[in-house]
Design a binder for this molecule. Structure first.
Ligand code: SAM
Length: 456
């Protein structure tokens, strides 16, 4: 298909950037997108030596070409995340402007989870992240990606911005990576070009204001709002940032830049243009809330003791840091410091997961859950670990029948190159595959497409 940019997009971009810059941008948009990944530092993963680093993100790197990630078991194990490089700039805003040691963070528009997995890494086990997605069909992939990333101080929710109104004044950081007209995706996504129109830019800008106004009360006074889009136009970017400052009450913060990043500071936020910085189009702004906001009180709750916890406590490292709770027939471990907050969260919005789902009670059995296998808090010593080769790993992820006649009966934790993939129940003559049906690989195996991304 021919690459044709809408005329009015070209005209308005030339008006904003000048003819020469705009031409350079259009040429870059007609080129190939770059592939980049971010390693999961919480799982002590490091990108392979020799990958070109993403300058603004410590764990980020560019790949010379885009491999078939599906064929890499470590991709499924949450050892790295495939993320567009410009978006990784969130790290700079976080490092420069988050001042609490244990911040409460809301990522309001989170699916599929690029920024949420990144925030979870930046939190480094401190604080708590609420990773929210409003669209029900998109929250499943968010839940999967967050489970695989393995951080325990995370809740995944499915709510509208206004559903959080009962949590007024509680959050130290709110991230609004807003739905937008997607001009920054033109190089990657032909559909973004086809769907673009002047009207859509206007509608997006209005929707962004509604979202911002609805969620703003949850940010505490002095808290940090991070607003980002993947579009270039000033209606969705600069004008909205000015509107937040003037109408909602905030101070626009400056973000320090290195000159070799080639990021453009407009005075309201930072622009990534593909002809300048290596990545797709992106805009990000940081604002500090300046108006008063009285926080709601989170009452300490006397919770029922979870008797089932004794059977599964040892499955976690530092079990004493967690509050064990029953959610239906599942034993869940919630970080103790945020257990009251999680109760409050559950009262306000639909919570899909909070903390680590450890085990499902089935009759007399405690079935270890896939989320536990991926969790950074998993105590591997509590299980018989079995290393599998690439073929076995892919067979497991395809949810095929497995055989471990040489291994003891009972639960086995399968590991590929040191990373847990999940559990099987070894019955002797066969092993039941416990990998979730909805996460399974549907493609047939093709080792020729497998490329190693991480160091051994
Ligand atoms: N932050 C994500 C990441 O890094 O992977 C990408 C988010 S995407 C740019 C914007 C998200 O906003 C989408 O998941 C979309 O479903 C969600 N969204 C759409 N309409 C919304 C609304 N009215 N309120 C809140 N979120 C909305």
């Amino acid at each position: 298909m021919d690459f044709v940019l809408p005329d009015s997009f070209k005209k308005r971009t030339a008006d904003a950037l000048g003819e020469r810059e705009a031409q350079a941008l259009f040429e870059a948009l007609a080129g190939q997108p770059v592939a980049s990944v971010r390693a999961n530092v919480m799982k002590r993963q490091v990108l392979k030596d020799g990958l070109e680093p993403v300058l603004w993100c410590e764990a980020g790197g560019y790949l010379a070409e885009r491999p078939m990630f599906t064929m890499d078991p470590l991709f499924h194990a949450g050892c790295y995340y495939v993320q567009e490089a410009s978006s990784m700039f969130l790290e700079q805003v976080f490092r420069q402007h988050v001042d609490s040691d244990s911040p409460l963070v809301l990522d309001l528009c989170a699916a599929p989870g690029g920024k949420s997995t990144h925030i979870a890494s930046l939190l480094g086990g401190r604080g708590f992240l609420v990773s929210n997605e409003v669209i029900r069909s998109r929250v499943k992939i968010l839940e999967e990606n967050m489970a695989k990333w393995g951080c325990t101080n995370v809740a995944v929710t499915n709510g509208e911005p206004e559903d959080f109104s009962g949590l007024r004044g509680l959050f130290d950081v709110v991230v609004v990576d807003a739905p937008c007209s997607g001009e920054g995706m033109f190089r990657k996504d032909q559909q973004a070009i086809e769907e673009w129109s002047e009207d859509n830019v206007r509608l997006c800008a209005e929707r962004q204001r509604r979202i911002l106004a609805d969620v703003y009360p949850v940010l505490k006074e002095g808290g940090l709002l991070i607003y980002s889009t993947c579009t270039y136009n000033e209606h969705e970017n600069e004008e909205n940032v000015r509107w937040i400052a003037d109408s909602l009450g905030a101070e626009v913060l400056s973000i320090e830049l290195e000159s070799d990043w080639n990021v453009v500071d407009s005075g309201f936020g930072c622009h990534f243009y593909p002809h300048k910085a290596k990545g797709e189009g992106f805009f990000i702004a940081a604002l500090r809330k300046s108006c008063e906001e009285l926080p709601v009180r989170v009452k300490p709750v006397k919770r029922k003791e979870c008797k089932e916890a004794v059977f599964v406590k040892d499955w976690l490292l530092s079990a004493s840091d967690y509050d064990f709770q029953m959610q239906g027939d599942v034993v869940v471990a919630v970080p103790k410091d945020f257990a009251d907050f999680v109760d409050k969260l559950r009262a306000e919005v639909s919570v899909l997961t909070a903390g680590v789902p450890l085990a499902q009670i089935k009759g007399k059995d405690m079935v270890p859950l896939p989320q536990l296998a991926f969790s950074c808090a998993l105590n591997r010593d509590a299980f018989k670990c079995v290393s599998v080769d690439w073929e076995q790993a892919i067979a497991f992820l395809r949810r095929e029948n497995m055989f471990f006649q040489e291994e003891p009966k009972g639960w086995l934790l399968l590991m590929f190159e040191g990373a847990p993939l999940g559990f099987v129940k070894n019955l002797g003559n066969r092993a039941n595959n416990n990998y979730p049906a909805e996460w399974r690989i549907r493609m047939s195996e093709d080792k020729s497409r497998y490329v190693k991304i991480l160091e051994d």
